[in-house]
Every structure is written in C-alpha cells, then in structure tokens.
Ligand binder design. Sequence first.
Ligand code: CUA
Length: 172
Amino acid sequence: MEIHRFEKLWLVGALVLIVAFIGTIVYGALGAGVAMVDDSGGTVDPDDPTASDNFRETGVYTTDDGDVEAYVIARQYLFTPGTTNPIQVPVDTEVTFYVTSGDVTHGFHLPGTNVNTMIIPGQVSEITVEFDETGDHHIGCHEYCGVGHHNMRGTVDVVSQSTFDGDEVNDG
Ligand code: CUA
C-alpha cells in the first residue's frame, strides 16, 4: 500500500508531538524539583508539639553544617513565627521548614517557590528549599481552617548571609 507523502509528514508530526508531550510530563515529574511531602518529619503531640523529640521551640536555627532549620507552628489564625514576626532566613543556603499544626488542618504555601504543603495536627511537614534571591515571600494558608482562614498569612524574609542573625528563637 502506498502512503502519500503528506500523509507521512502528518504521521511524523503527530509522533513528534506525542514524544514532546511525554517529555514535558517526565520533565515536570523528575526535572523540576517537585516532590511530595512525605512522613519523614515524624509525629508530635498536637497539644504540645515542642515536647516531642521531632520538634523544637519555634524559631530559626543554624545547624553545625551551616544549614538553617525553621520550626513553625500554625494555629487559628497565625503562623508562629511568620505572622507577627517574619521568618528570617539567609539567601543561597539550604533551609528546611518543619511545620506542624496545634489545632486544625492548615496550609503552608510560598507562591513562586516549591514550598507548598498541607499542615496536619500531629504530623510534621518537612520541606527543604534554597532561596536564590533576597526579598520577602508571602506565606498563605490554603486549607480552609475556620472563619479567619482568609486572614491567615505570614512572611518569610530572605536576607543576605551577612544580615542573617543566626540562631533566633522567635515567639511571635
Ligand atoms: Cu489556616 Cu486556612
């Protein structure tokens, strides 16, 4: 059977498109740094998260390796730290957020970054990110958590490494 030249061109074009679409899906899944938040953060008592070995007093800490860890508790309708005081972290440094809830399910989302997770009472969400520019990031709660949900927000303040205070226990 003879296949017309234009018919062949259309077949090749369709195959190229299919391969390209599969390529974009593979890139989105593996290449863009998108990952599910798993249960590596462990569990805590939601009534007193800081009493657990899996959690510390809320605040920002520098590890011995020079990485930074931020411990954040979400409660109706505040991130502590984050809402009253911004979470200050240094630029070009690995920052791991450990976030848990003291009451109901909340969300923790920094638009424009890969930081985006649900916060479940009793469960610690662990997310590692490296910010490559200084500046403020808005924190939004994107899980409906009560009448004040739409006002539940905070700030992550990415500062230069020389401005960063280092260890800082932040109550508000
Ligand atoms: Cu917290 Cu919505």
